[in-house]
Design a protein. Structure first.
Length: 91
């Protein structure tokens, strides 16, 4: 057989090149993966911020409606008190 044989230094050089290529690929994949994760987290944070703003606006609107309702109930209470006072005085 006239095949090519490698010496020990050549074998170790090939092992080193292969290991460096594998580690480089792993580093590249890890870096890209972390960038994707950070971008997704920022997107989720933005969506949460939007939801917070919508919830705050709805709570504010609800508080205003409750305030208006309280005002109406206070007015109704005054009117009922006036009617009761008139009724009891007339008898």
């Amino acid at each position: 057989m006239g095949g090519m044989t490698l010496s020990d230094p050549q074998v170790w050089t090939l092992i080193g090149v292969f290991a460096a290529a594998v580690l480089g690929g792993m580093t590249l994949m890890t870096t890209q993966f972390s960038r994707v994760i950070r971008a997704e987290i920022k997107g989720v944070e933005a969506r949460i911020g939007g939801l917070e703003a919508r919830i705050d606006a709805k709570i504010d609107a609800l508080a205003m409606r409750i305030g208006a309702l309280e005002h109406k109930v206070d007015d109704l209470d005054k009117e009922v008190t006036n009617l009761a006072t008139r009724f009891w005085r007339s008898q």
